[in-house]
Design a protein around this ligand. Structure first.
Ligand SMILES: [Fe+2]
Ligand SMILES: [Fe+2]
Length: 353
């Protein structure tokens, strides 16, 4: 591969970065060739300016750029924008970013107007272009997002999936997680916040991930890498004191409460159901049945067991599955959807996973 030239990574999509010698923090701008409405992604700093401009002009004309996507505010991806704007010299040039980023990005003295993705349903559709934006808050900036190109199924992922490494491969190899581990551990704020972003990303049908650092990730490596990333301790969790305190508090609270979904939880001590601080009022029979189900979380309780539990003081009463069905229906109306699963012909399971 000749890194002195632009490299086409999919139809009309190009890597236009440069190899910075002895720099473990390689930065990668990308270019989507789309005629008079072409797109420049995370163009970089003045360190790469000459090379980036030359590569764009080798594919198209820099004045064909109508959109510059900035996935967050950092100088390694945005510092050259004022100089690039001068070369593009278009009144209709737009900086595509999240509104939370604009108060910071404007300090580069960018003069173009902004296309704030959160004001446009996280989409950019123009002639020949269909980009979907997925927010990844706090990974690693409050307004951070990634860009999914629907035509090529490429995810331009900004800092997420970036790697830092002494040696650089254009395409990620089997050891890429090890190369990306340190960067994510240090830059992503916490494992749960990072997992929130990963869960939004993993549902996309991706052929390639093109990050702003590290290596381009091909389809075969994407799912295994995401699974490894999900288990990574990062940010605040790296601090032993914080992690231990957090885990201690979690285990304390988990002994007494069972979190369902959407802020709803069962308090074992009070034998009551809550939504945040507000009690969800249960009728006596509903409470008896829910108490039984929360005592056997994620296990199936048969309808007969539920019936016997409900009417233990009336041993001669005839079993009625309809009575149980309607009671479960009433309970379901008070708790988040899909919390109680029906096992046809067997019974019911209260699920927390
Ligand atoms: Fe960054
Ligand atoms: Fe970066």
């Amino acid at each position: 591969m000749n890194f002195k030239e632009a490299i086409e990574i999919a139809d009309n999509v190009y890597w236009i970065g440069m190899y910075l010698e002895n720099d473990p923090f390689q930065c990668h701008p990308y270019f989507i060739e789309n005629g008079n409405e072409s797109v420049l992604i995370d163009p970089g700093s003045m360190l790469e300016f000459d090379a980036v401009v030359k590569k764009i002009n080798s594919i198209s004309d820099i004045r064909n750029i109508k959109y510059i996507i900035l996935h967050h505010q950092d100088p390694d991806l945005a510092a050259a924008v004022p100089e690039i704007e001068k070369l593009i010299d278009r009144e209709d040039l737009l900086i595509v970013t999240h509104s939370r980023m604009v108060p910071l990005i404007k300090h580069y003295m960018i003069c173009s107007d902004y296309y704030e993705i959160d004001r446009y349903q996280h989409h950019l559709r123009t002639d020949g272009l269909d980009l979907k934006f997925v927010t990844t808050p706090y990974c690693h900036s409050p307004g951070a997002f990634v860009t999914y190109d629907i035509a090529t199924k490429i995810l331009f992922s900004g800092d997420i999936f970036g790697g830092i490494s002494e040696s650089w491969d254009f395409f990620a190899q089997d050891d890429y997680f090890e190369r990306a581990r340190q960067f994510h551990a240090e830059y992503m704020p916490s494992r749960d916040i990072f997992n929130y972003a990963l869960k939004k990303i993993e549902v996309l049908d991706m052929e390639l991930i093109a990050p702003q650092h590290g290596s381009i990730i091909q389809k075969a490596h994407i799912s295994p890498l995401i699974e490894q990333m999900k288990a990574l301790e990062c940010g605040l969790y790296l601090e032993d004191g914080y992690r231990n305190e957090l885990l201690l508090n979690l285990s304390k609270s988990q002994r007494h409460t069972l979190y369902l979904k959407e802020g709803v939880y069962w308090d074992y001590d009070k034998r009551k159901l809550f939504w945040h601080d507000t009690e969800i009022i249960l009728k006596p029979k509903e409470k008896i049945v829910l108490t039984l189900l929360v005592s056997k979380v994620n296990a199936t309780v048969s309808s007969i067991d539920i019936f016997n539990h409900l009417y233990e003081d009336q041993p001669n009463r005839d079993f009625s599955s309809d009575a149980i069905t309607s009671l479960i229906k009433r309970i379901r109306q008070k708790i988040p959807q899909d919390t109680i699963r029906s096992c046809y012909g067997v019974g019911y399971t209260l699920e927390t996973k």
